[in-house]
Design a protein around this ligand. Structure first.
Ligand SMILES: Cc1cc2nc3c(=O)[nH]c(=O)nc-3n(C[C@H](O)[C@H](O)[C@H](O)COP(=O)(O)OP(=O)(O)OC[C@H]3O[C@@H](n4cnc5c(N)ncnc54)[C@H](O)[C@@H]3O)c2cc1C
Ligand code: FES
Ligand code: FES
Length: 1260
């Protein structure tokens, strides 16, 4: 074990301040260093794997060769702090602050309403800031590229991009009017009436008021670092940690010596491959060699026959080098470079491309690699170097397969990569298909190259390599050999598909699943290549023509669209809102588009989230141990080894719970039995998070598996495994109605689950107070009263000793209604037992494992209708996959049944729903609470009726929609006026009917691309069907200086509830919002609150705030009357003098909701909200790619799903295949591709399901 005292000093700068770190541990990431050591908590942890961009910071380095300073964004969660020697790091705190000076990026993202919960915002700011450091007036393409690696789960990207676009010189707006104008720009010839102009607004901000971008205000690069880089120190630097040593040699010679001495030690460059493997696959390397200071690895040389690029160049640098080369070379020589460039644009996000090195990419040999297939077909050579000398090896199929004879020797390193020019009569193409267009690993990637005998179409050389279809990148080498000498025609294509499918065979049980999709992509890509080359050949020689064939049609206009990839375009959008009445006083903010009150703090990183709270005295960290079995008896739990891990203080088990261990069927900590993988069994408490996590792996649990193990809805039905009784609503006489209809259709619908993926994972901090067993709990929750109650029953202490605090929540979406109580309670047990404050922050992996998500659904429908499209009878039966405990599943089932009719009045209906019990983590509340899943069945049924009637679906929707005041299926009065208005307005604004015609025209002209269009209505009832939920309280204090503190029972989840409450208070008290403040939601100020959910948080709490303010104003009235010219401050001073209470509790006793399930009637909802959405999509029939994403939050996103279904139906009609295929949501590229049946889908081998065990199974 090396001695830590011999460690060198690590020197770098953070936000202009020099950091000298001694004894820094190589296992510590920059993110952890910033947050813990420097207390810079603006940089957030959300995924820990470089995938979301929440931890983005800017790194600047002086390049001694060019004497320029390079600024680039990186994800701090993957960067080892040791790699930063000589670098300057800028975090969001270094960019600007609300206390000093805001940076324009920060101001603009907030004012453009680009923040909601704000957890992603510092990362967004840093990506944009870095872009502006390099390009002060970025193009839209550059903006898109810069933000590719940043996820936001709340805002939608439109307002974020709108803020970035304000820096761009290019015009913005939707540009739908052509010539750069937005459809909402008023022109001289516009017919829009003046009244419309005045009450409908689009502007959320006035660009002219923004701070100008002034680069002179930016932090300068520390001159000391420039000097360090110029006078390069060739000393080897060594940093010793507890388990790992980091060695950074200053010369290539030293690096090679070290590699010879430590042949097993990996070279660490971007750490984007090593890092994730060390974090979650248990890879461990006691020595890491960092070649970052070796300039030889960054050299680039252009030769007459190719390009040699240093292995240490980042992928972003490679992209720039290739782009430059492509612009210099004749097209025929740059084919491989173009192909690489194409994939470099979509490989990961900008941050990863800035970090990942070319060498690391090649040597990692990931099976999904985007670049290796192209490099392999492009005849790339790897230039290796070791102490013994240099040699070259080809990057070929043997290298990719990891054959020892074709690989690097342990003491060798990759110095550079030689990529030759392509030649005339040679064509290179690259293909990839991923779940989405950007920042997603490919399902299948491919590189293909063909060289022809000059002037002919005879193949001289053919090379086809695939990624994603096996354990390694695979070459179809034998097939290619067999095809040499053949002519490039359709017979060849047929033969090539057959040979390649045979050679690149994928077993049914292949890891990653999606086997049939991948098989189809293998040959669909080949077809695209065939067509592309054919087209190029035709350009080159007019010598030959492709013979007619029925199998592969002549390359006509209709087929050309197969060659085009969907371009990555910047999403455009316009938001319109109704402006307030012109008589409304300026000071009254209600109805005005006010920026989120925390918006600026989100943007500067000063908004505090739960885990941003500073460490408290004697704080310990907790990590959870979870079940690895789906259904098993716990035989024994051995904690001895875990307790031996240095730093471990205790392990908390069910035996330590002083009060109640959750519910009988939903225990906080498992006792004798586990019901799913991910169920919490015990929790380790240690001095640091790293120690606690390491110790969880040492807890030894023995199990005895139990039967049955149920995962799918199908299995649950078979085993009669349900969580609660069936919920049913019925009206009319369905059986009789079915007898009188023209047609009956029956079908099935499958709707997959969904992860909440709130950016802030579940977390809690429990702090014991010194007296009376009081506890303060800081927790990220939508329901602090529930946490408080659960902690109370778990510890067996009264509720009044426990105070829950929620400042803000980094996204909830339903996932932080029930589960935070579990984490709060387990942490509280730890506090109770150890006497220490406990912090529990879930890793993204644990969060996804332990917590459930949206309920997957399986629905069956039977619908009876007349040939006109009028539906007479509808029978729907839904099954939800509830997971292993009840949680909210009964309520979700009720919601689903109550809302299933959506916008339609069908006289004879029967809706039934059941929640299945399976051995999966319990599913829970999720945006829409069952409504989106259920209504997808109803709308699918409408689509099926349309297909049978030969009518467009919108006609069936219109025909069956509520028309007049009526009663819902549960006999609540309902007036459809607004619903109909929304529908008509949407038809009108989207120019639906003319678009439908254009879609049809497009479809006639294009065989391999199809468009679809759909319009969907929505009637959504707000609130819970229980009276107790319709109440809220608020507490408003006015202080003697006139300032007002508002507290209420709602939680700030990003929806802006605090902003709205201040708007309400401002209107009621008739003073500006600047007088007001909300500091947090706390169970000590407003007790017995309900969860902030079901779309009523602002309604009920707003009324409570209003009530409190009205009480206060009433008390002030006599004073105001007496001195109407006085100021607010005067009145408050007078009120205090006169002993008038300046504090009031407001209360709202809301709607009386009831639902009698026996009778099937009730008055469950206070009111409805309505909407209609139209989407038009385009699909690539060969890959399943489509441009369209719909978040099913409030169901309107389903118009994307139905537009995709419309496009698929067009494909199937054209190809004479049955139109009624089973709809599966989400409409992934896999679903779309496999539904677009063609000769390629028919060509692939299908496995007999009995002969293999699939890698994954659908659970709905
Ligand atoms: C969020 C995310 C998204 C991604 N998306 C994609 C994607 O869409 N498509 C895709 O293809 N890839 C993707 N990747 C993978 C990425 O391309 C690779 O992880 C990356 O290129 C590896 O480079 P690195 O410098 O980070 O390697 P490191 O992790 O630093 O090293 C990886 C390995 O390479 C070895 N090595 C590195 N340099 C040398 C050298 N010069 N000589 C000898 N050995 C060397 C090391 O010893 C180590 O074993 C993604 C990765 C992440 C984290
Ligand atoms: S990218 Fe670092 S936390 Fe997600
Ligand atoms: S605002 Fe982007 S994740 Fe919440």
């Amino acid at each position: 074990m090396p001695c830590p005292s011999t460690s060198d000093e690590l020197v770098f700068f953070v936000n202009g301040r020099k950091v000298i770190a001694r004894n820094v541990d190589p296992e510590v990431t920059l993110l952890s260093f910033l947050r813990k050591n420097l207390r810079l908590t603006g940089t957030k942890y959300a995924c820990g794997r470089g995938g979301c961009g929440a931890c983005t910071v800017m790194v600047s380095r002086h390049d001694p060769a060019s004497r320029e300073i390079r600024h680039f964004s990186i994800t701090a969660c993957l960067v080892p702090v040791c790699s930063l020697h000589g670098a300057a790091v800028t975090t969001v705190e270094g960019v600007g602050s609300i206390n000093t000076r805001l940076h324009p990026v920060q101001e603009r993202i907030a004012k453009s309403h680009g923040t909601q919960c704000g957890f992603c915002t510092p990362g967004m700011v840093m990506s944009m800031y870095t872009l502006l450091r390099n390009h002060p007036e970025p193009s839209e393409e550059q903006l898109m590229e810069a933000l590719q690696g940043n996820l936001c789960r709340c805002t939608g990207y439109r307002p974020i991009l709108a803020s970035g676009r304000t820096f761009s010189k290019e015009s913005y707006g939707c540009q739908q009017k052509g010539t750069g104008l937005c459809c909402l720009d008023q022109g001289e010839n516009d017919s829009s009436s003046p009244s419309r102009k005045s009450d409908i607004c689009t502007e959320l901000f006035a660009k002219e008021e923004f701070l100008p971008l002034d680069p002179t205000q930016d932090l300068i690069f520390p001159p000391e670092l420039s000097r360090m880089a110029e006078n390069s120190d060739e000393r080897t630097l060594t940093f010793h940690g507890e388990r790992v040593t980091w060695i950074s040699p200053g010369t290539l010679k030293d690096l090679l010596e070290l590699k010879a001495k430590h042949p097993e030690a990996p070279l660490i460059l971007g750490n984007t491959s090593l890092g994730p493997a060390m974090k979650s696959q248990g890879h461990f390397h006691p020595i890491l060699l960092s070649p970052a200071r070796i300039s030889e690895l960054s050299l680039v040389s252009k030769t007459s026959d190719g390009l040699t690029i240093g292995a240490g160049c980042s992928l972003a640098q490679v992209k720039d080098i290739l782009a430059e080369r492509v612009s210099q070379l004749p097209e025929e020589n740059a084919q491989t470079y173009r192909a690489l460039l194409k994939h470099l644009k979509s490989l990961a996000g900008q941050q990863i491309r800035n970090m990942a090195s070319l060498g690391g990419h090649i040597i990692s040999r990931h099976c999904y690699s985007d670049l290796n297939p192209i490099l392999a077909v492009g005849n790339t050579t790897l230039n290796l170097i070791s102490k013994e000398g240099k040699r070259q090896i080809p990057l070929n199929q043997h290298f990719l397969a990891g054959l020892a004879s074709a690989d690097l020797k342990p003491e060798e390193i990759l110095e550079s990569v030689h990529i030759p020019h392509s030649q005339k009569w040679e064509f290179v193409s690259a293909f990839r298909q991923a779940q989405c267009q950007q920042n997603a690993l490919p399902d299948v990637s491919a590189g293909m190259r063909v060289r022809f005998k000059e002037g002919t179409n005879t193949i001289e050389e053919l090379s086809i390599v695939y990624g994603g279809v096996g354990a390694a990148t695979i070459s179809a080498h034998k097939s290619c050999q067999q095809l040499v000498g053949r002519c490039w025609n359709e017979l060849l294509l047929d033969e090539a598909c057959r040979l390649v499918l045979d050679e690149v065979s994928l077993p049914g049980s292949a890891p990653g699943g999606r086997v049939e999709f991948k098989r189809t992509l293998i040959i669909s890509f080949l077809f695209k290549f065939y067509l592309g080359v054919l087209q190029e050949l035709k350009k080159l020689v007019k010598l030959f023509s492709v013979p007619d064939s029925h199998r592969y049609p002549e390359i006509s206009e209709q087929f050309l669209s197969a060659l085009e990839d969907f371009p990555v375009t910047i999403p455009r959008g316009v938001q319109t809102y109704q402006s307030v009445d012109s008589h409304q006083p300026l000071r009254d903010p209600v109805g005005r588009p006010i920026m989120h009150v925390s918006g600026l703090k989100h943007a500067t990183g000063e908004a505090m989230f739960c885990d941003d709270l500073p460490m408290v005295d004697k704080e310990l960290f907790m990590a959870l141990v979870t079940s690895t079995r789906a259904h098993a008896k716990i035989i024994s739990i051995d904690l001895s080894e875990a307790l031996e891990v240095p730093g471990v203080v205790d392990v908390i088990t069910a035996k330590d719970i002083p009060g109640t261990n959750g519910a009988e069927d939903d225990k906080l900590l498992a006792v004798d039995e586990v019901l799913c993988v991910g169920q919490i069994i015990c929790a380790v408490v240690a001095e640091t998070d790293v120690q606690a996590k390491r110790a969880t792996e040492k807890v030894k649990i023995t199990y005895e598996d139990l039967e049955p193990i149920i995962f799918t809805i199908e299995d649950a039905i078979k085993h009669n495994s349900f969580l609660c009784p069936e919920k049913k609503l019925e009206q009319g006489n369905i059986e009789e109605a079915f007898e009188r209809v023209d047609q009956i259709v029956e079908g099935e619908v499958h709707v997959g689950g969904q992860e909440h993926f709130y950016m802030e994972t579940q977390r809690a901090l429990v702090i014991p107070k010194t007296e009376d067993r009081e506890l303060d709990i800081y927790v990220s929750t939508q329901d602090p009263a529930h946490v408080q109650k659960t902690v109370s029953s778990t510890l067996g202490i009264p509720i009044n000793r426990i105070t829950c605090h929620v400042k803000r929540v980094g996204g909830g979406f339903g996932g932080k209604v029930g589960r935070p109580a579990v984490f709060g309670a387990i942490a509280a047990v730890g506090t109770f037992k150890t006497g220490h404050p406990i912090r529990l922050v879930l890793d993204r992996e644990d969060d996804m494992l332990i917590t459930g998500g949206r309920h997957p659904l399986f629905g069956k429908y039977k619908v009876g209708f007349m040939n006109s499209g009028r539906i007479k009878a509808l029978d729907i039966e839904c099954y939800l996959n509830g997971g292993c405990t009840l949680d909210d599943s009964e309520q979700v089932t009720e919601f689903l049944i109550l809302k299933l009719e959506n916008a339609y009045k069908i006289r004879n209906l029967r809706f039934r729903g059941r929640a299945c019990m399976t051995n999966l983590p319990s599913n829970t509340a999720f945006r829409g609470f069952g409504f989106p899943q259920g209504t997808l069945v109803t709308e699918s049924c409408i689509t099926a009726v349309a297909a049978k009637c030969g009518l467009p679906p919108e006609k069936i929707r219109e025909k069956n929609m509520y028309k007049t005041v009526d009663k819902t299926i549960y006999k609540q009065a309902f007036n459809p006026e607004t619903l109909i208005r929304c529908w008509n307005e949407c038809l009108d604004k989207s120019s639906f009917h003319s678009r439908r015609k254009q879609v049809e025209e497009f479809n006639k002209k294009n065989y391999w691309k199809k468009k679809g269009i759909a319009i969907i209505p929505m009637k959504f009832s707000v609130g819970f069907a229980a009276t107790s939920y319709h109440q809220a309280a608020a507490l408003v204090h006015i202080y003697t200086d006139g300032s007002v503190l508002v507290t209420h029972g709602g939680n700030e989840l990003g929806q802006g509830i605090h902003t709205k409450m201040l708007q309400v208070a401002s209107r009621e008290l008739q003073i500006p919002m600047s007088y007001m403040h909300i500091c947090e939601t706390s169970t000590a100020t407003v007790p017995n609150t309900i969860a902030t959910a079901a779309s009523i948080g602002s309604d009920v709490n707003g009324r409570a705030v209003q009530n409190a303010c009205q009480i206060l104003l009433k008390r002030l009235e006599p004073i105001i009357k007496k001195s109407p010219e006085g100021t607010w401050e005067d009145w408050i001073e007078a009120a205090f003098e006169q002993r008038i209470s300046l504090s009031a509790t407001g209360y709202f006793r809301g709607y009386k909701a009831f639902m009698d399930w026996e009778k099937g009637e009730g008055d469950p909802f206070p009111y409805y909200v309505y909407g209609a959405a139209c989407s038009e999509v385009e699909i690539d029939c060969l890959t399943g790619a489509h441009k369209g994403l719909g978040e099913s939050g409030m169901f309107l996103g389903s118009s994307v799903f139905f537009a995709i279904a419309d496009a698929v139906a067009a494909v199937r009609r054209e190809r004479d295949t049955a139109e009624d295929f089973t709809a599966r949501s989400p409409a992934t590229p896999e679903q779309v591709r496999m539904a677009c049946v063609d000769r390629f889908t028919e060509m692939i081998p299908r496995d007999d399901p009995k002969t293999f065990k699939p890698w994954c199974i659908p659970i709905a």
